[in-house]
Each structure stands twice: as C-alpha cells, then as structure tokens.
Design a binder for this molecule. Structure first.
Ligand code: SAH
Ligand code: MG
Length: 206
C-alpha cells in the first residue's frame, strides 16, 4: 500500500524536497512510525512536514518539527534561495513560521505536528523522545549538519528510520556536509543503508 496522501499538495508549498523524495520519505516514515514518533530538523514552510504529518496522523503518531524559522545561510538576502515573501521587515530577518503554521492548518495537521521553534542542538538537549523516524534537513554547514546528527540520531529506537536530505555522492551536484553525515552514519555500525531516492538517503537504526 502507498503511504497516506497529505490533504494539500506539498509541491505547492515553498520548499526543497521534490515529489520523488517526498514519496520516499513518506514510505520510510511509515516503517518508522511503527516504532515511535517522528521528528524533523529543518521545516522551512512545511513541505516535508506535510509528508511526515500525513503518515503520523494515519499511524496515530506525532511529529516534532524543529526549526528556528530564521532560514539557513542560503535563504538569507542576496543568497541563492532567498524568498522576499518571507522577509520580516520589522525583525529584519527571514521568518518562515507564519507560512509553516498556515501549511499545518490548511492540511489539518495542527494536532499532529508540534513546532519547536529554536536552535536544533539546544532543543535536542532539553528533550528525550523515543523516535521511530528522524528526518535531517536543517543547516548544511559541516559543523551544523554534524551537530544535528550527533544531537538527534541517538534518540532513534532500534528499527527506526534515519532520513537525510541533500546527500550528493557527486560533489558537482551539491554541497558535502549532508553526504559526510550519511557516510558517518553508514560507518558507525549503528545504521544499515535502506534506500536512496534523489538526494534523500534513508537508513535503518540497527
Ligand atoms: N524540510 C524543508 C526544508 C528545510 S530548509 C522542506 O521540505 O522544504 C532548512 C531549514 O533549517 C530552514 O528553515 C532553517 O531555518 C533551518 N535551520 C537551519 N539551521 C538551523 C538550526 N541550527 N536550528 C534550527 N533550524 C535550523
Ligand atoms: Mg534539503
């Protein structure tokens, strides 16, 4: 059976996960949802959240969605993925929280998805969820990508799913840090490779 469909088409929400990757994420998340709740690091406007939320809702699970909603480096003014529609002139900063919240409401996910608005590592230090699925798609500097992996991957239960976005084996196709994290996960002895779809690499926690 294919995973439950989000109420609104995720590809109509601003974001960076393509349809194939989203379908693969949902498929993997369904397996993970048998073991525990779901979490994502990096939500932006909620595109990935829609895929995870639909799966969680169907499975009677919840999604913890972590993001400071101030954008990554590439979302800042003058950078490649800056979106002027997300500029908060008052704060003089990017703000994706309002759009993210609207996405949840439109998709009927307000009771399934919990937003944790703040820095990923600091948030991880405060909570100890037993996760069945973790989606890493936050800051893509090497320091941040590694910090997210170190802070969150240990919260996965055995049989849980680790999904990492923007994993490019060929450096010409994209930045290295998510690939470095995926390589570390593979070499850790803690994760078995499960699938790769586009730039979405999926592992199972042994
Ligand atoms: N998953 C989304 C895309 C996420 S973009 C999609 O499907 O489209 C990456 C997000 O990570 C941005 O919204 C940014 O605000 C967030 N982010 C970057 N570094 C972070 C950090 N250190 N703590 C929390 N969020 C962070
Ligand atoms: Mg991404």
């Amino acid at each position: 059976m294919s995973p439950p469909k989000p109420l609104i088409d995720p590809q109509t929400v601003p974001g960076f996960l393509d349809a194939d990757e989203g379908a693969a994420l949902a498929q993997a998340a369904e397996i993970g949802a048998q073991r525990g709740d779901l979490a994502e690091i990096g939500a932006y406007c909620g595109r990935s959240t829609l895929y995870l939320g639909a799966v969680a809702q169907h499975a009677g699970r919840r999604v913890l969605s972590v993001d400071h909603h101030r954008g990554s480096e590439e979302h800042q003014p003058g950078e490649a993925f800056y979106d002027p529609a997300l500029w908060d002139a008052d704060a003089r900063a990017v703000d994706s929280l309002a759009v993210f919240r609207r996405t949840l409401r439109r998709a009927g996910l307000e009771e399934t998805v919990f937003a944790l608005v703040g820095q990923s590592e600091a948030a991880a230090a405060m909570i100890a969820p037993q996760l069945g699925c973790l989606f890493l798609d936050g800051g893509h500097s090497l320091a941040q990508a590694l910090a997210d992996y170190r802070a969150w991957a240990g919260k996965l239960v055995s049989g849980g799913i680790l999904a990492i976005h923007d994993v490019f084996a060929d450096p010409a196709q994209g930045g290295r840090p998510p690939y470095e994290v995926a390589t570390r996960a593979a070499a850790s002895g803690l994760f078995a490779p499960w699938s790769q779809t586009g730039s979405l690499a999926v592992f199972v926690r042994l």
